[in-house]
Design a protein around this ligand. Structure first.
Ligand code: HEC
Ligand code: HEC
Length: 236
């Protein structure tokens, strides 16, 4: 082996040795890795009364969609409800320590985060011999397609890309790693209610970034409407 090649080989080997333990440590730290999904399915029977069987939300956003939110985000909201730091009369009785120990929060958060909801049904041939009407009906229940909200989506896109995309993602799907929730695929009315809460300081927008606090208050009602009009078409 010539010297430069040897040097590269040694470099790569050392690199692996250095990186491997960190990669392992990160894996071991995933607090949701050993979630008990059977227990979660039982807990979800309670949640389903309001949020739907698949965490799809309900009543046009009176109950938010939970499916596909980052597990760490769901867990943090449950902690906040339990500590009464985020008000929510509907949920208080479900989140006290007796009803919901930390291990339950871990389980249900991992369970809901893993549910994928399509925004449209794949086309099928209803006259085909193997067409199953019941299966089709069940699949329909999982569809979440946010209706187009009023406002100028073109203006909304411009504001969104500049002011929101850095955290919530260009595609509006949030960031699992940093527990940032998706905004595309969430109900417009629900999100507008949350914006009011952030502006009135009844919720904290981004605990790690004090500027996010003031961000939403800086927009006019019309600009906010435009942002959410844009978000409502992202899942089309
Ligand atoms: C009685 C109805 C009801 C039940 C049962 C219920 N929730 Fe909720 N939940 C709500 C409402 C209403 C909100 C929205 C509150 C708001 O507007 O801030 C909410 C909000 C949430 C949020 C915040 C979502 C977000 O995007 O910020 C999470 C997470 C959540 N619920 C999880 C659960 C879990 C897990 C269960 C089952 C253990 C559950 N909920 C049971 C009514 C309910
Ligand atoms: C610095 C990062 C950052 C920026 C920029 C940002 N957000 Fe957020 N946003 C977050 C985080 C983190 C959360 C979750 C906060 C929590 O735990 O309550 C959040 C939550 C939200 C929620 C509530 C979602 C839910 O399911 O409860 C809405 C609505 C929202 N943001 C809208 C916006 C809009 C609109 C913009 C741009 C004008 C924006 N955000 C810009 C970090 C950010």
């Amino acid at each position: 082996m010539s010297r430069p090649v040897l040097r590269v080989a040694v470099g790569i080997a050392l690199g692996c040795l250095l990186v491997a333990p960190f990669a392992l440590a990160e894996e071991a730290e995933d607090p949701f890795a050993d979630a008990d999904l059977e227990n979660a399915a039982e807990i979800n029977e309670v949640c389903a009364g309001c949020h739907g069987e698949y965490g799809q939300g309900g009543k046009d956003g009176e109950y938010p969609r939970l499916a596909g939110l980052p597990a760490a985000f769901i867990a943090r909201q449950l902690d906040l409800f339990r500590a009464r730091e985020r008000e929510n009369l509907a949920m208080v009785e479900h989140t006290d320590h007796r009803q919901m120990p930390d291990s339950d929060i871990r389980d249900i958060s991992a369970f809901l985060a893993a549910i994928e909801l399509p925004s449209r049904l794949p086309p099928v041939d209803e006259t085909a011999a193997d067409f199953n009407a019941y299966e089709r009906l069940m699949a329909t229940k999982r569809i979440v397609q946010i209706p187009r909200a009023e406002g100028d989506a073109v203006v909304g896109e411009r504001i969104y890309d500049k002011e929101c995309a850095s955290c919530h993602g260009r595609d509006g799907l949030g960031r699992e790693r940093d527990a940032v929730p998706m905004l595309a695929g969430q109900y417009t009315g629900y999100m507008l209610r949350q914006v009011d809460k952030y502006i009135d300081k009844r919720r904290v927008h981004d605990p790690s970034d004090p500027d996010a606090e003031e961000l939403l208050a800086a927009f006019t009602a019309e600009e906010l409407r435009d942002i959410f009009a844009y978000l409502s078409i992202l899942d089309d």
